[in-house]
Design a protein around this ligand. Structure first.
Ligand code: AMP
Ligand code: MG
Length: 310
């Protein structure tokens, strides 16, 4: 049993130290982690048992914090007048915003919101850093709306800041701002019609396949330019993404984790894939990676990257 934080201050200390802490929002309880700390964000995947790296919603204390993370067009600013609230905006990421790529799944966009809950807002302000916070439940289970459900879900292993029951019990609405278009990627606690009525805008529905319920499905977001050969030994002319003790190879190589540590490998995955892809080789060979723990999410990501594209 992990001791629960008694106060917002206690919870902020945990989060600043790179630990997880669940906290209430107006939608559901979130499993919070410092979104600028790769190890902290990876703990979210490990704790939830998530088999796939998807972009996590980044929670901000205020608009000033949000503006350090993303580019706000005038239209985005208009949508942001609905904050705090159960509305996530997907916006172009600001380069050098400090978010780790395991939090944004390596995308150059970021999903942000300011939650409408006094404890969440006080906590975000105390932490002073953006928090990644998917629902605080094991992957595939129902989203928790009470602290007790969070404790039960993780068998007491995750500290919870108790703020009583959540109001909405439904996830946030997700809207992507694309130039002068607004596209709803996920329906949620704030109705599309309500957004249209309050702001005098039109919100389109995402086309089939465009809505990202499992955003890893969007091959175009994930595909490197090079082709990938998985479970492979490198050949001459290729780049090599190694894992564990690497074979002798004269070509360009990065090792996800020389010691075979899956957590370290997950931390390095996006940046090393990018770095190898930037070399312009036609093929990247990738060493076998065990399919246990974080290895499942790593392999899912690699399989998507290796999939044939049209
Ligand atoms: P959650 O698990 O509650 O953190 O919700 C994460 C969801 O937010 C993802 O599954 C996506 O649907 C969506 N999302 C977050 N960031 C982005 C992004 N940059 N682009 C598209 N969708 C995003
Ligand atoms: Mg969830």
């Amino acid at each position: 049993m992990t001791a629960d934080p008694k106060s917002v201050e206690d919870a902020a200390v945990l989060l600043r130290a790179g630990q997880l802490c669940a906290f209430p929002t107006e939608t559901v309880y979130g499993l919070g982690a410092d979104a600028t700390n790769a190890d902290a964000v990876l703990s979210i995947y490990e704790t939830k048992g998530r088999p796939r790296f998807n972009p996590l919603i980044i929670h901000c204390a205020d608009l000033a914090m949000a503006e350090t993370l993303a580019e706000f067009s005038p239209l985005a600013r208009l949508l942001a007048t609905l904050w705090p609230g159960p509305l996530t905006l997907v916006l172009p990421a600001r380069p050098g915003n400090g978010l780790v790529d395991v939090a944004t799944a390596g995308l150059d966009s970021v999903g942000i919101r300011i939650p409408d809950h006094p404890l969440a807002l006080a906590l975000l302000a105390k932490v002073g850093r953006p928090l990644a916070a998917p629902s605080a439940n094991p992957s595939g289970k129902l989203s928790p709306t009470t602290a007790e459900q969070v404790r039960l879900g993780f068998a007491g292993a995750v500290p919870v800041l108790d703020g009583g029951p959540c109001q909405a019990g439904v996830e946030s609405t997700i809207i992507r701002v694309e130039g002068d278009r607004l596209v709803q990627l996920r329906a949620g606690a704030l109705a599309r019609s309500e957004i249209e009525r309050r702001l005098g805008v039109t919100v389109e529905l995402a086309e089939q396949g465009e809505a990202i319920t499992a955003p890893g499905m969007l091959a175009s977001h994930y595909a490197p330019r090079a082709l990938l050969r998985l479970n492979a030994e490198p050949r001459a002319g290729e780049a090599f993404l190694a894992f564990g003790p690497a074979p002798a190879f004269a070509g360009p190589m990065h090792n996800l984790s020389p010691s075979g540590d899956l957590h370290e490998a997950a931390r390095n995955l996006f940046s090393m894939l990018h770095a190898l892809d930037a070399l312009g080789k036609a093929m990247i060979a990738v060493a076998p990676i065990p399919d246990t723990g974080l290895g499942e999410a790593i392999n899912d990501r690699l399989q998507r990257a290796a999939a044939p594209r049209g």
